[in-house]
Design a protein around this ligand. Sequence first.
Ligand SMILES: [Zn+2]
Length: 405
Amino acid sequence: MDHPLLARTLDILERLIAFDTRSSESNLPLIEYVRGALHGYGIESTPIHDASGTKANLYATIGPKDRPGLCLSGHTDVVPAAGQPWTVPAFHMTRASDRVLGRGAADMKGYLAVMLAMVPRFIDASRQTPVHLAFSYDEEVGCLGVRGLLSQLAAAPVKPLACIIGEPTSMQVAVAHKGKQAYRCCVRGLAGHSSLTHLGVNAADFAAEFATYLRRTARHLRENGMRDAAFEPPYTTVHTGRINGGIALNVIPDHAEVEFEIRNLPGDDPAVVIDAARSYTEHTLVPEMRAVHADSAIEWQPLIDYPALADQPADAWLAHLACTAAGNPRTRTVSFGSEGGLFQAIGVPTVVCGPGSIEHAHKADEYVTLAQLSQCLAFMDTLAERIAQRPLHATSRATDRSSCN
Ligand SMILES: [Zn+2]
């Protein structure tokens, strides 16, 4: 059955989808819209801009500001739509009988629309325990934007008791995901005629050797590394995604690149793998290159770095709270990343739960069903009732702590 706030949610979602908030673009028009909507309810919000001033996070507290509350968080940016076979305009919400389509409908403007539609209810419910709303930017390009918000929160006198990030999980409560680090390694050798291989430094050869090293590392982790059956696959992975180099068959390549990533289980430190790989390039490959040409090098460029979200026993009260609100006692892990590990890193217990499916995200004709939006609204109703009844902090932790698997 449709939730009474569904119509309002769809009106807001229509506005949100119409903002072209691809990560390459400014998100300020969307942020101004959200600020205005909150202001209309008497809620002040604080933008936290990036260095260029063209993007911003937004943070608002509904209810008392002198104590910690429940944070609802989502990113405002979306992935591009160009080159995908869309049958409807990507940055315009299209209503169909059981769903709405548009870039970000699932990932994750649907959740943002629910957050905003719920504001009047949160105003009533948050007399004792506040609700914090967080809107970030540049999540899709490596969880970059939210760091500015989190460094402010980490230093603030009051930071949230807990956070629910509404990435699309089909309204199932996700308590963990792997972390990710990605790098581009640029190999600089020495060009020459391909008949005189001994006079050049073949960058493609060294790139291939490094990729082979990474493959050995991946095998070692698969066979001997940490395991966690909650994940698919249940071990830390290393993956080379792109190799290129060389301009012609008869020229020794003087430049090559390897892009690789590591996706680590919570508790498995990716720095161990990265340090060993750096050491391999510095102490094995580069000396061999420099024996021929002193200017040879392998340069590392970090591409992406976000931590894993760990299922922490001390945060079981939050998982239980979210499971109760979602009407589903089972928690899960997700294969995609989120800002959750960054919230957790500043001491804010975090779970991921939002409307829509990740299967429909980042694709042509991205959609969220009306049923999922209604389910998310009902989830928020339960959370609002819960915080209206009794404080979320201290005593509630004991009450809310019971196992949910
Ligand atoms: Zn997302």
